[in-house]
Structures are given as C-alpha cells and as structure tokens.
Design a protein around this ligand. Sequence first.
Ligand code: SGN
Ligand code: CA
Length: 530
Amino acid sequence: MDKSQLLLALTGMASAAACNTSQKAPEGPLNVVYIMCDDHSYQTISAYDRRFMETPNIDRLAAEGARFTNSFVANSLSGPSRACMLTGKHSHKNGFTNNEHGIFDGSQQTLPKLLQAGGYQTAMVGKWHLVSDPTGFDYWDILTGQGDYYNPVFIRGGEKLVRQGYSTDITTDVALDWMDSRDKEKPFCLFLHYKAPHRSWMPDLQDLGAFDDVTFPLPETFYDDYATRQAAALQEMSILSDMNVVYDLKMADKEGEIHTPENLPLENYGRDLYRRDLAPGELVPGRMNAEQQAAWDAYYDPLIAQFKKERLSGKALYEWKYQRYMRDYCSVIRSVDRNVGRVYKYLADNGLLDNTLVIYTSDQGFYMGEHGYFDKRFMYEESFRTPLVVRLPGGKPLGDIGEFVQNIDYAPTILEAAGLDIPEDIQGQSLMPLLEGKHPKDWRKSLYYHYYEYPAEHSVRRHYGVRTERYSLMHFYNDIDEWELFDLQEDPMQLHNLYGEPGTEELTAELMAELKRLQVQYDDPISEMN
Ligand code: SGN
Ligand code: CA
C-alpha cells in the first residue's frame, strides 16, 4: 500500500468514527507517538484485565483504536526487546541478544534512521538501555542505564544532566517540550520510553499508599510446585525466595535495622542498593532530596515498624511480600497512566489526534505472582506476551485484533504508516492491514522465541521455542537439555509439561518441524546446532 492508499483507508476510518474526537481526515503523513513502558504487565492494564487496577488513559487509547489480544515479544528482556523493535529483526540478526554483554551496533539499519531518511523528525526520550549512543534521532535525551525513579540522570545528546522530580513525569515533560519545539512543517516520530514500572517499583510520592486498602487476589498458580518443569523450578525470580524485603520492598529504616527472616546480615538484603536509591549524594548524584525523603519516610516508617513487630515467616511472609509488591507496582502504574493522559491531552490541545498514530506497549510482559514469580524472561505466557494498544487517527474504535503479532512488527508498521518502503531484510510484518480492519488469510500462524541471557541474574536458562494457536513447545539448553510442551487450550496456566508423554509423538514431531521451519526462515544459527 502506498501513502495515498493508506491515507485513503485511514480517511475512511476517521469519517466512519463515532467518537468524541474531531472527525477530520489526516491531511499529510502520519505522526507516530510510540510509548513503551519497562516491564508493564497486561494484567495491570484494565483494558486487558480488571482484577487489579484501573488505567483509564491507556484504556482510552484502546477504545479509540485497537487492542491486540495476541501480542508477543521475540526475546523477553529489555535491551533485546528494544533492539528487536528498532530493527524489525530477531536478536540473532540485530546482534543484541542479552543485557549483560550487549552493545547495540548503531551503525546498522534501524527504524529511526529510515524515518529520518524519509523526511521524518525523530526523537528518543527516556529509557534506552542499549549501551551505545542512540543513532537516527534528531533529538535524544535518555536515562542512564536502567534509569532512576527519583531525580534521574539523563544524557541529552551526549551531555549528562540531573533532572529533579519523578522519572515518569520528567520523561513526559521532556517529550512534550520536544514536540513543542520541533519543526511543525515535518511529520514526526517520538519514542517515549518510561523507566517505570521496572524493579524496584518506587512510586511517585502522590501515589504512596494508593493501594493500601486493597488485598490483591493471589494468582491461581501462586503456589506452583514446578512439578514436570525443571527450568521453571531452577529460576531465581521467586517472590518467596528471591524478592528482597529491603531492596525490593523497602523495609529498611534509617538506622538500617531490620528483621531479616533468616537473620542474615543486612548486606544480603540489598540495603546498600536500596539506600543508593534513596539517599541524596550517595554513589550517584541526585537521588531523593530532603523533601522527597521526608514524604517517603512518613509513608514507610510505620510500615517498617509494623513489619519488624510482626516477624512474619513462611506462608504469611510469602503472601505479605506479594501484597507489598503488588501495591508498589500498581502505584507506579498510576503515574504511568496519568502521564499517558498528559500525552493524549497534548495531542488533543495541539490538534494532532487526527493525524497521529499512538502506540502503547511494554518491552515485555511481567509476572504478577503467577508461578510464584516476579520478573520476565521465560517463554511462558505472562512474559512472552506484552500489552499492545494502538490509537488510530480520528479515534476509530476498531476493537480487538486477535492475530499473532510480535515486537519485530513495530518497525515495518511504523514505516508503512509513514508511507515509506519496508526493506526486504526486515523480519517483521506491518500491522497496518490489521489496523485497517483486514484479516489477511496468510497471516502468520506461529511465533518464534529465543532467550539468551544465562548464566545471569534470575537464572532463567537459555531457550527457544514455537507457539501455535493451541500449543507451546520450548527447548531449554546450555547447561540443561529440557523440552517443555503445553496444550494451552487444556492447560492455559502451563502447569503440565506434556513432553515425552505417550500419545504426543505426532504432535511433538509437527511442532518440532514448525520450530525448525521458523529457525530456518529467520536464519537463526542455532538451527544448525540441532
Ligand atoms: C536489573 C534487575 C533485574 C532485571 C534486570 C533486567 N535487578 O538487573 O531484576 O531482571 O534488570 O531488566 S536490579 O537489582 O538491578 O533491580 S530489564 O527490563 O532491563 O531487562
Ligand atoms: Ca523490561
């Protein structure tokens, strides 16, 4: 589809739209606002799941466009996921396979470079996490590394600066300032990447305690015993054993006194890391100022006192950890949702809603206690999936899109929305046909996944796999050699590994063949090793 056909299609959408926004058809190339959070689970977006919290601003994007119900990543980890998004290619092709050893090769073809060459203004604001300096952006203003929640350090076009305030607010401020100062004659693509809600889930001051009255329901698989799944058991991302009461759940007072359940020294509880996140001037410049610290302590001190008094252990401690985790995490999302509302308002106030595509997604999904986990990495559903909603120009309510989509599809989608050619070597597919309400018969019927970061934090073994509509087959390799096969229709929680069970031979052979086909199609060198 060329640009004129695309605009025609979207014009039709806009005029057919019956919603509260203006019905004007787009008059030139589309702008794109790509909003990506870090570790935002679909479970905590009310457009996807109503159990935990409300996210009215993200929901509005979905209501005025589309909600993808089968959206996945190619490699469930920050840097790799970002590299897949920027290149439209799987990790083995873009070269950034894991966070620990990766440096993104910014000399390769990327989405922002192609947009720039096509006359677009491009900006990258917020979490970058690809180690090398961003390329292909007219403006870049990125958080250092993972970024900090309070008074974070940014690198603006190579120059370091500390901005006072809360990360999600500040990142939005910078993005809105850029939209204001851009050349209004040119179309633009803004990449707005929040640090939130990455570990250690530090809420904005105004959101502290927002969920204290809520008791979150335990996920059905909270007490998973990992029977039949060796890799699922070997991880170190368990709320019970790996979530840290000090570093993650903030139970350290100023003196550093804490009841540690196993009476381990405080150092083992990440106290230093946690204090780094709080104290001004320690290790890194900035962190909390006196005012922020006072508000933080006023909220946490009574909780810490209570925690010390109760001396919880066993099941009670486990469930207490889950509630604290969920409260912090959801409080962090409140600020994200509020800031998505600020972006929407900016677009509305500046007459940009009719000619801008607004994408909301996360670099991967996240465990909200399913299988007893936090973190991501696995090809199991909660972290293989990622939320994806797209607000269409004019606010056309398109509803749900159920086709299999993956983050390698974002680059070709944005290129097509910009009316630009999609290079042959891009591995993803443009989602524009789906966003025009079409359901191409030859759409992909299976997905490929490959995770590489091991040995590393959280000890999730390397694995690759294939997912079809009904089944999921994965191979964990490196220091183990374990296959897992799930029937997602009969066992959506993925508790029962069918691999090797009598009667599954034919199914396994079919899935193995499909896996091999995908490895060859995507040219993953691992296919040579099997
Ligand atoms: C940090 C976190 C991990 C997390 C990785 C990757 N540890 O290392 O829990 O899995 O980031 O996250 S922390 O002690 O530093 O908080 S990613 O989203 O950037 O890939
Ligand atoms: Ca992440």
